[in-house]
Design a protein around this ligand. Structure first.
Ligand SMILES: *Cc1c(COP(=O)(O)O)cnc(C)c1O
Length: 401
């Protein structure tokens, strides 16, 4: 068997015909910027998420930048977030001239550790960006209390969490602003780049809409230095087809996660992903296991920790990954290097002792194949082989110990 970590081919064979019709229709009508398809998508997405306003834009990264700019966050300001995320979360903060301040993660849920936030707040702190990573919702009840107490804005990074909920509310409708991505691998993806900002605050929505079109409230007048960040009409037309299936796809992801949890054996080296709380309705954008790294030490430099180990296959995680690949199971590491250890941030100082769990999990995580169309037979093949490899591996480790 050969199993990809992610594929869109199977989804396309189901709905490709509808997508082709929708795209052809756009091409024939010639409305390539704005108009009906965009308005229709923004309306449907607003009702899916449960917000008053959706401003579609070019990407999830742009959505974050627009949200930060909407609060006039810029030079000298600080924004608290997690370093265990896709680079764009911090990149957006840096792009507007502010500084990311990273709190550590809870190593069981991979989500930012809310208990560490208050100690990192100072007069420069303006906002918190919780990342609903892998589809698992951050505790928004606790987070809102902290934000309210310190008068901070909450910008939710929902890029991996379309359809995820905290309690009875969708993520993206709980903080001040939500930021979504329609990158093809996300829960709701288009055929290229796309994103959206969600809010129920009318004046914020107005400001974000202006910023996304050159800071322009009406043609040829410009109130702000903005961006050219619009969702393409072709992408909106594709999303209008795909949004009809989002609830079905999320149910399938949840079923697939349940299957993995049932099929994968307990092993001393292995941890299965944990949903944050009963209140978190997980949409499983990724199914991320952890293979323990007993030799982890945060006194090693970044290169030793994240580059040489990866190259030399020194961790148990890398061993499992390469064994799975030998039998056709292709897995991915989200994320091999934390954001604060990236070369792009080499000139910034981050207290690594405060980010111990973030660094450690980067050497332990492995994402198993996860997409709505994966079959039970494929999941069985993955799980049985994973069980076997880990069982043998722990026996050898015990003998050599
Ligand atoms: C994908 C992603 C983004 C960026 O979205 P793009 O549409 O690729 O720009 C931001 N944050 C997280 C957590 C992501 O996974």
């Amino acid at each position: 068997m050969k199993i990809p970590p992610f594929t869109l081919e199977r989804q396309y064979s189901e709905i490709g015909h509808d997508i082709e019709n929708a795209v052809l229709n756009v091409l024939q009508k010639g409305q390539y910027i704005g108009g009906h398809e965009i308005a229709k998508f923004e309306d449907s997405f607003a009702s899916l998420i449960g917000v008053k306003d959706v401003i579609s834009c070019n990407s999830g990264t742009d959505a974050l930048v627009l949200a930060l700019r909407a609060f006039d966050i810029g030079h000298g300001d600080e924004v608290i977030t997690s370093s265990f995320s896709f680079f764009a979360t911090a990149e957006a903060i840096s792009l507007v001239g502010a500084n990311p301040v990273f709190v550590d993660i809870n190593p069981d849920t991979f989500l930012l550790n809310i208990n560490q936030i208050e100690s990192r707040i100072n007069s420069r702190t303006k906002a918190i960006i919780p990342v609903h990573l892998f589809g698992n919702a951050v505790d928004m009840t606790k987070l809102k209390l902290i934000a309210k107490k310190h008068n901070l804005k909450i910008i939710e990074d929902c890029a991996q969490a379309t359809g995820s909920m905290w309690g009875s509310n969708n993520v993206g409708s709980i903080g001040d602003i939500g930021c979504f991505s329609f990158f093809p691998t996300k829960n709701l993806g288009c055929a290229g780049d796309g994103g959206a900002v969600t809010t129920s605050d009318e004046s914020l929505a107005q400001k974000i809409r202006e910023l996304s079109v050159h800071g322009s409230p009406k043609r040829y007048s410009h109130n702000n230095i903005g961006y050219n960040s619009r969702l393409d009409v072709i992408q909106a037309a594709i999303l209008n087809v795909k949004i009809k299936s989002i609830k079905k796809w999320i149910k399938l992801r949840q079923k697939i996660a349940d299957n993995y949890i049932q099929l994968i054996d307990k092993n001393a080296l292995l941890s299965l992903p944990q949903t944050n709380s009963e209140l978190s309705c997980n949409t499983w954008n990724q199914f991320v296991i952890k293979v323990q790294n007993e030799n982890f030490s945060n006194t090693k430099n970044y290169f030793e920790l994240f580059e040489t180990d990866v190259i030399k296959n020194k961790t148990s995680r890398n061993f499992l990954k390469s064994e799975l690949l030998k039998i056709g199971i292709n897995t991915i590491i989200y994320y091999p290097i934390p954001i604060h250890a990236q070369v792009a941030y080499k000139d910034k100082f981050f207290d690594r002792d405060l980010l111990f769990n973030t660094e450690k999990v980067c050497t332990e995580v492995l994402s198993l194949p996860m997409f709505p169309e994966i079959t039970f037979e494929e999941q069985l093949y993955i799980s049985e082989n994973l069980n076997l490899i880990l069982k043998k591996y722990t026996q050898i480790a015990q003998i050599s110990a």
